[in-house]
Design a protein around this ligand. Structure first.
Ligand SMILES: C[S@@+](CC[C@H](N)C(=O)[O-])C[C@H]1O[C@@H](n2cnc3c(N)ncnc32)[C@H](O)[C@@H]1O
Length: 283
């Protein structure tokens, strides 16, 4: 039997996925295959193993490498006020509606290094809603969560983030919310006072909280269609009726079977609203 190089990679990626699941309990089997393969091959380079099989050996026998592997597989890249028009939409269209609730719960799933969490906190602060809001910021990667809690970023990002903040309708200076030292900037830790960071795996864990707004941006893009559906049903079971869901600008609910329960609130900004809520069920 002849197996070409591509097919060999595919077999090895499958074995790698099984090793991650059986050795560490992380299930990547329903991630989109092409991008998963790309990231596994990047890990091969970063960890200087000759083949994916070499990587499997390290999965099995070097547990201390797990955080690094998870980082490589999950791409914890983010920005403050990423896609500023979406944040402007939240500020101008969504927050005024959330203001009618005495207590607001927000679930930010896939928070990576926390830039989106701090952006949200700033929006809520400026809308006078932060005091009665609880933000639950979750991610698969403990390493990413640790960085998110620290809120320290390279200062070279400041200019771009400032522009994003202004484009998102910011009325102050972004510099009011951080202190800069040497080549780092540290977000004002008061922005964290109503944030709970927690590890949560969208593949295997259940509903997280009863939420009025769920943000899960640039996460489902890495998932296969059935996994996207599973995650959307988690969000559906988590949201209150009339609650909002924001996904990334390159993501959409068009092909999801769960989509019928969401109506576009602002389709261009990928903001949806839960209109129909079936019986609450354990996801
Ligand atoms: C590209 S970042 C998106 C960050 C941020 N939401 C944004 O749009 O800027 C994707 C994040 O999703 C997280 N992630 C990937 N798979 C996940 C899963 N199964 N459960 C929870 N988080 C996951 C990764 O760890 C990573 O931090």
């Amino acid at each position: 039997m002849t197996v070409d190089a591509q097919e060999l990679d595919n077999i090895e990626v499958e074995l790698f996925t099984q090793a991650m699941q059986r050795r560490h309990g992380y299930d990547f089997s329903q991630y989109a295959p092409a991008s998963l393969k790309r990231r596994v091959l990047q890990l091969v380079e970063q960890l200087e193993t000759r083949t994916i099989s070499g990587l499997i050996e390290r999965v099995m026998h070097e547990p201390q490498l797990l955080p690094r592997m998870l980082d490589g597989l999950t791409v914890p890249a983010s920005d403050m006020f990423r896609d500023p028009s979406m944040f402007r939409g939240l500020r101008e269209q969504v927050l005024p509606l959330l203001a009618s609730y005495p207590q607001i719960n927000i679930w930010q799933a896939g928070c990576a290094h926390g830039q989106e969490v701090y952006s949200l906190a700033i929006l809520l602060e400026e809308a006078g809603l932060y005091e009665r809001t609880q933000i639950f910021a979750t991610d698969l990667s403990e390493r990413a969560l640790h960085q998110a809690q620290e809120g320290i970023y390279p200062a070279r990002e400041a200019q771009q983030w400032s522009r994003n903040y202004q484009a998102a309708g910011g009325t102050h200076s972004l510099a009011d919310y951080y202190s800069a030292r040497y080549n780092l900037l540290k977000l004002d830790q008061r922005l964290r006072r109503n944030v709970t960071f927690a590890q949560h795996n969208l593949v295997s864990d259940g509903v997280f909280c009863e939420a009025h707004l769920v943000l899960c941006r640039n996460v489902m893009i890495y998932f296969s269609n059935p996994l996207q559906d599973h995650v959307l049903s988690l969000f559906r079971n988590s949201l209150v009726r009339g609650g909002f869901l924001c996904v990334g600008m390159r993501e959409s609910l068009d092909y999801a079977t769960t989509a019928a329960t969401f109506t576009p609130f602002d389709e261009r900004l990928r903001i949806y609203r839960l209109t129909h809520q079936p019986e609450r069920q354990q996801a």
